[in-house]
Ligand binder design. Structure first.
Ligand code: FES
Length: 107
């Protein structure tokens, strides 16, 4: 759910863009963070913790924790709450160690 007309801030959404999460297209708007765009599209699980294998998602929303790390355009450990979404951007959840994933899938 995108907030299209905020009661105090007014109209906040800019140009629509399409980005890809797990190779599936999602709608977002420029100036949105990747995390906000995912939340607006109903995605709340951004990855798994390494030690306890529990779901991770948006926590601080200001770049202070590591809960929203994901792989964005091939770059691992990107804080998605601090990264603006772009047209054609590819985003993958942080479900396993990137080195293990590369060895398994060869990417
Ligand atoms: S949610 Fe804490 S760094 Fe992004």
């Amino acid at each position: 759910m995108h907030i299209e007309n905020h009661p105090i801030l007014g109209k906040q959404l800019q140009e629509p863009v399409t980005f890809y999460f797990n190779d599936q297209p999602y709608k977002a708007y420029t100036q949105q963070s990747v995390a906000a765009a995912l939340m607006a599209n109903g995605v709340k699980k951004f990855g798994l913790s390494r030690k306890l294998v529990q779901s991770r998602g948006l926590f601080c929303s200001r770049g202070r924790c590591c809960s929203c790390y994901m792989t964005v355009n091939g770059e691992d450990h990107v804080r998605t709450c601090m990264t603006k979404v772009e047209e054609g951007m590819s985003v993958y959840p942080n479900l396993e160690d990137p080195e293990v994933r590369r060895e398994k899938h060869g990417d």
